[in-house]
Design a binder for this molecule. Structure first.
Ligand code: KG4
Ligand code: ZN
Length: 355
């Protein structure tokens, strides 16, 4: 069994976790996350400088808390995994520096982790998904920063270092789905991040009340585009404000926005399943928490020819957290992809998603 410490500081969550790993079984032993949402709320979005300064103050307490929760000492660790790409470079640097300092001082291996690979690995935390899913798997990473479709052909223990790059079949050409939720929510006056507010307010609303665009409907592409939705929602919101009916129509408006995003996601996902012969489907990332997306997938997966029910991470592991980084780090560590001694000091933070 391996004991892995994970560190995540790529955006506005400062998180540390201790995870145990043996093939087929990933268990979270300790997880401490400080969400900076309240700090960024007055600005309506994440302010990079505010994020990195806060990570600096918070990263060590999070590490201490995760180790304490797990009841382990630093000397018990087999490896330290840290997100080093992609993300806000100043924010990433804080976690990378903390990971490097710890690994060097304790003479432990350091495992650099791609943030999206962390989201992918979140599927296997505290679940038996690894033994139930069928390959090829259509994996959708749907977060505030990304809307990517991957066709995954290997079990997680065998994921090669560049598997994300090689298995990408579709992506958003502009805004990510989470960004579409957040930007339209902002137009309606909801606080950042707005996805969860749209989800909540949409309960009881009519998803067919307003007709919003579903971009790139042509069959040939697995790419997404969400920027047109924002403009359509802005116009509709203005019209309702002028009529003085915005408040009473809010549930209908939210349900219709949500339906447009969920429809666009599902259309391309089903197309990808068919084109690539996928037998299972999984959604990870913050938007995987959306109740309408989950509900529609549950209702539709059988008639779309999937062999298993759709897989989602546990709710706590959908949004950014260090347990998923430790999980991806565990797979990498087992494959021997880690840095030691002086070579780990050369690890850098990379803002771009290229592997
Ligand atoms: O994965 P994540 O924590 O951060 C990134 O890596 O970007 O995802 C955050 C995103 C935000 O855009 C947030 O609005 C969205 O996930 N989100 C939701 C819900 N919960 C979080 N979107 C729709 N419905 C939800 N229930
Ligand atoms: Zn994320």
């Amino acid at each position: 069994m391996n004991l892995i410490l994970g560190i995540e500081t790529s955006c506005d969550e400062c998180s540390a976790a201790v995870v145990t790993y043996e093939p087929g079984q990933l268990r979270v032993q300790g997880l401490a996350t400080f969400s900076q949402v309240r700090l960024h709320q007055p600005f309506g979005g994440v302010v990079p400088e505010v994020a990195s300064r806060n990570h600096l103050e918070t990263v060590n307490p999070m590490i201490d808390q995760a180790l304490k929760q797990a009841g382990v000492q630093t000397r018990d660790l087999d490896a330290i995994a840290v997100t080093n790409r992609p993300g806000l470079v100043g924010a990433l640097l804080v976690g990378v520096s903390a990971g490097k300092a710890m690994a060097y001082a304790l003479q432990k291996p350091l495992v650099p982790v791609h943030h999206l690979e962390g989201h992918a690995a979140s599927l296997f935390l505290d679940t038996d998904a690894a033994s139930r899913l069928e390959l090829p798997l259509l994996l959708a990473v749907v977060s505030g920063g990304h809307t990517n479709l991957y066709v995954v052909r290997q079990a997680p223990e065998l994921w090669p270092p560049d598997f994300l790059k090689r298995s990408l079949v579709g992506r958003s050409r502009d805004d990510a789905a989470g960004e579409a939720f957040d930007k339209t929510a902002k137009l309606l006056g909801f606080p950042y991040p707005g996805g969860v507010w749209i989800d909540r307010t949409a309960q009881g609303g009519n998803p067919r009340a307003f007709e919003f665009p579903r971009a790139l409907p042509q069959k040939a592409t697995l790419d997404f585009s969400f920027s047109g939705l924002k403009t359509a929602v802005a116009l509709q919101t203005e019209a309702l404000k002028r009529a003085g009916t915005l408040d009473e129509r809010l549930p209908d408006l939210c349900a219709s926005i949500q339906e447009a995003i969920v429809d666009a996601l599902l259309t391309k996902m089903w197309l990808a399943v068919r084109e690539h012969g996928c037998r299972s489907l999984a959604i990870v990332g913050g938007v995987a928490a959306n109740s309408r997306l989950r509900g529609r997938l549950d209702a539709e997966w059988k008639k779309r020819g999937l062999e298993t029910e759709p897989f989602f991470p546990k709710m706590d592991y959908c949004t950014d957290n260090a347990a998923m980084i430790a999980a991806a780090g565990a797979f990498r560590f087992r494959q021997g992809h880690h840095l030691r001694g002086a070579e780990l000091l050369g690890l850098n933070a990379l803002p771009n998603p290229e592997i």
